[in-house]
Design a protein around this ligand. Structure first.
Ligand SMILES: [Zn+2]
Length: 239
């Protein structure tokens, strides 16, 4: 298996820089490793740490709040795993060997062994956000119909629903290296990669400004700024 240079098709910010590090870490202890539907999964410690920060771990100052962080971690883990399984199982359907790595700020599915056509590549990329948003919509229909449950049970299901919807929608933005950017790349093809990169620069820059002004949060602007910068550098390196 070509672990040194895996084809990546997953969600996940920082995926580009950390992908090979993720696979080098594959042999190390302290990582959670398991298989699901025959797909090997590796969970790095930074997956939990960054997810806890997104879930508001810094402000957790009571036992209830800490329990909610754990429920947030469990919901995020399930939702992001479902997303990556969408990629990995679709790639396997096309004959590829797939693996999943959950890492800082998300994860990715790597596949090797076959060269996917552009339509296949599009389907592998689209399958991740598609199954995740499906999970969110099923929960949205299901939750109001459920019998009375504990506040923590309700918090878990509602968090699972919102993480699934928001994570999938964010990943559908037409910004490389997110899934939406990769789907656009599959549609436009390698000869129009400059158009894909320009769309990334423009959309990511606008989102960085708008999200910062609207929410005051710096996480999304940092990632969008980084994606815009990476695409700008890629444009400069091309004739
Ligand atoms: Zn994805």
């Amino acid at each position: 298996m070509k672990l040194q240079n895996p084809r990546r098709a997953g969600v996940g910010a920082l995926r580009m820089g950390l992908a090979s590090a993720g696979f080098r870490a594959y042999q190390r202890p302290r990582m959670i490793r398991f298989s699901i539907f025959g797909i090997p999964v590796l969970v790095q410690p930074f997956f939990w740490i960054t997810l806890a920060l997104i879930g508001g771990a810094l402000g957790a100052n009571s036992p209830d709040a800490i329990l909610r962080i754990f429920l947030f971690l469990l919901a995020g883990f399930i939702s992001i795993l479902v997303h990556e399984l969408g990629h990995a199982l679709t790639a396997r359907k096309f004959g590829a060997r797939s693996e999943i790595v959950l890492q800082a700020f998300g994860g990715y599915a790597a596949y090797s062994g076959v060269r996917l056509t552009r339509p296949q590549s599009f389907m592998v990329t689209a399958a991740g956000p598609a199954v995740q948003i499906l999970l969110g919509l099923v929960l949205m229909q299901m939750i109001p119909r459920l019998p009375q449950m504990s506040p923590f049970g309700a918090y878990f299901l509602i968090t699972l629903m919102w993480i699934s919807i928001v994570w999938a929608l964010l990943n559908l933005l037409p910004v490389l290296p997110l899934d939406g950017g990769r789907m656009l790349e599959s549609i436009l093809g390698p000869e129009r990669i400059r158009i894909t990169l320009w769309i990334t620069v423009i959309v990511a820059s606008l989102l960085a400004i708008v999200s910062w002004r609207a929410t005051g949060s710096i996480l999304l602007p940092i990632f969008m700024g980084m994606f815009a910068w990476q695409a700008w550098q890629a444009l400069r390196q091309r004739p």
